[in-house]
Design a protein. Structure first.
Length: 412
């Protein structure tokens, strides 16, 4: 399926000035030449006009490819195996995601959600319900080629302010990575982080529905961006107030980038159908001119659809986790989605096209909470998942719930 999205994002102010000066010069020169010709010979009156009409503005095209996966959910059985793989000296998660690395390396931008806080082993690692994960979990994802990370989740405050500050310092040391959703200070939260690749500028905003009831330290809301979720029909005053905050966030960056991405930690866990809240929030973000909405938190796959000119991935499910193998493996099946971004510059106009949406199911394999491996469905077989064909059919239908033409294919 292809859908072309074209937006006139911005005007090149310098280009306007140059064009105005050029027109002025042409008028002056043309006038002088016309006077000269009228006084001497009228046979060549159309030459200048003909030459000008034949001039064409140069068109330039730039491209980016993007891939995305869901929750990096580091349970204790996963970091214990990583410790074993590292020879009990540190943690090595890289062997678990080798097959994904082979896919990701072909893309310019690669997104994932860091579900559990990277507070580092110095704070003591921990599992559900209050997680803390080693920095090496992030190292492995960066080694695999990921360079965009959402940090606002319901587990961001699990281990308090110190873990968040450790996480901030870790990610600040990764200069080629764009993160969003959790910050060390109000100044950092308000900073507009614009990245550029292949002459295309982009940024990301990120919000979570809540923090599992754990209070954010007073006056330090910057530690995690919260978009309050209220399941009542009217969503309450808090929802409306935060919509204004999100609107301001979007308006601050919309005209400064070619592509605006918003990562939303939302929805109800283990449900494949987006809630009314998700649908309403997605429509609100689309109305603000957001290009791409990426959803996480339900831990299972949800549909993909276009809302006007905005592509929405309601939930990418888990990337890796040790959640139980129940309900037809729904918590073990995630989504790896990709798209293309094309920027066309012609004269004063800048147009952005997002198309070539593709989706591949992925599977977290393990036995006895050991031997973890994330496997694309294009490489899966009955050794890893005896019922892989029926599982593929079931969750492909989920992806296509709102758009039956949405592709579920092997990513290149």
């Amino acid at each position: 399926m292809e859908k072309q999205v074209t937006k006139r994002k911005r005007k090149l102010k310098v280009g306007r000035i140059l064009i105005a000066l050029t027109i002025l010069i042409i008028v002056i020169v043309g006038g002088c030449l016309l006077v000269k010709k009228l006084t001497s010979n009228n046979t060549n009156n159309n030459v200048i006009a003909g030459d000008k009409n034949n001039q064409k503005e140069e068109e330039k095209t730039y491209k980016l490819s993007m891939v995305m996966v869901g929750d990096n959910l580091i349970h204790s059985s996963i970091y214990k195996e990583a410790n074993k793989l590292a020879g009990y000296d540190g943690y090595d998660f890289k062997p678990m995601i080798t097959m994904i690395k082979d896919k990701v390396k072909g893309y310019d931008l690669a997104y994932y959600n860091q579900e559990t806080i990277l507070g580092g082993s110095e704070l003591g690692l921990s599992d559900y319900p209050t997680f803390n994960s080693p920095y090496e979990a992030g190292d492995a994802m960066l080694d695999a080629g990921f360079n965009m990370v959402s940090l606002a989740t319901n587990h961001t405050i699990d281990r308090g302010e110190k873990a968040v500050l450790n996480s901030c310092e870790y990610w600040k040391s990764k200069t080629d990575v764009l993160t969003a959703g959790s910050y060390c200070s109000e100044e950092e939260r308000n900073e507009i982080k614009v990245m550029e690749k292949n002459d295309i500028t982009y940024t990301m905003l990120n919000y979570t529905y809540g923090t599992n009831g754990i209070a954010i330290p007073e006056g330090k809301d910057y530690l995690v961006n919260v978009w309050p979720m209220d399941y009542n029909a009217d969503y309450g005053e808090g929802y409306e107030a935060f919509k204004e905050t999100v609107k301001k966030d979007v308006e601050r960056v919309r005209d400064k980038v070619d592509v605006l991405i918003v990562a939303m930690h939302w929805g109800v866990e283990y449900t494949h159908t987006p809630t009314k809240y998700q649908k309403d929030a997605a429509e609100f973000l689309a109305s603000l001119g957001v290009d791409i909405v990426i959803g996480t938190h339900p831990h299972v796959v949800q549909p993909v659809e276009w809302i006007d000119d905005t592509i929405v991935f309601y939930s990418l499910g888990n990337f890796i986790s040790a959640q139980e193998q129940s309900d037809n493996y729904n918590k073990m099946v995630g989504l790896m989605s990709s798209l293309d971004i094309t920027k066309t510059v012609k004269g004063d106009d800048v147009d952005i096209k997002i198309d070539n949406i593709n989706n591949e199911l992925i599977f977290t394999y393990y036995q006895g909470y050991r031997n973890f491996k994330v496997i694309p469905f294009s490489e899966i077989n009955s050794t890893y998942l005896p019922t892989y064909e029926s599982v593929y059919n079931e969750y492909s239908e989920v992806v296509k719930m709102y758009d039956e033409t949405m592709p579920v294919v092997a990513l290149s």
